[in-house]
Design a protein around this ligand. Structure first.
Ligand code: PRP
Length: 193
């Protein structure tokens, strides 16, 4: 592909007309995960890690991070549901799927696709800490600091994004766009904005 090719051309044809802009191309995501995985390998040398992916948005981050790690790591998932509207979260969280494993005494890394208000993660961290793990840290591919409502320690951050509606690489709108390889913004008419 030539340098000047339109980044939108790489998207599936069915979604292309709804996308406004490629915000973070797939190569930048891959490069960032390389850096974060190397950092995690250093930080957790001689330890074992449990990655806790928060469904569904984190599926690709978990898969792509897990494959990059040199430290021994296992994977588990939680699914939570927030009673918000389609595009904002309310902070009222319900666990739809809990971990399969006990985490007492283990080193846990929560893996998120995005931290927005922080309310989901705030709830999750309190919940996980009550199970007495050896440590709990957070990796989030994206963060929207301008939207934060609670102060949260995010140890590993991929990219800070402005307060725009982003989809792709796990992030959805009404369950669409998750499978896009790039993180993109949608045209307002695509999400009723
Ligand atoms: C997204 C994201 C976080 C949460 C962040 O999940 O994966 O879990 O919202 O928002 P907050 O910081 O404002 O709480 P979502 O509820 O969209 O579910 P999904 O991952 O299944 O798409």
């Amino acid at each position: 592909m030539s340098e000047s090719a339109d980044p939108l051309d790489r998207l599936p044809a069915a979604y292309r007309s709804q996308v406004e802009q490629v915000l973070i191309p797939r190569e930048a995501i891959a490069a960032k995960l390389d850096v974060l995985a190397a950092e995690i390998d250093r930080d957790y040398a001689d330890r074992e890690l449990l990655l806790v992916g928060v469904l569904k948005g984190a599926i690709f981050v978990v898969a792509d991070l897990h494959r990059r790690l040199e430290v021994p790591s296992a994977v588990d998932f939680m699914a939570v549901s927030s009673y918000g509207s389609a595009t904002t979260s309310s902070g009222v969280v319900r666990i739809m799927k809990d971990l399969d494993t006990e985490i007492e005494g283990r080193d846990v890394l929560v893996v998120e696709d995005i931290v927005d208000s922080g309310l989901t993660l705030d709830y999750l961290l309190k919940n996980l800490r009550s199970r007495r793990p050896a440590s709990v840290e957070v990796l989030s591919l994206l963060t929207k600091p301008s939207r934060r409502e609670v102060d949260l320690p995010i140890r590993y951050v991929g990219f800070e994004v402005p307060d725009v509606f982003v989809v792709g690489y796990g992030l959805d709108f009404a369950e669409h766009y998750r499978g896009l390889s790039d993180i993109v913004t949608l045209r307002p008419e695509a999400y009723g904005g």
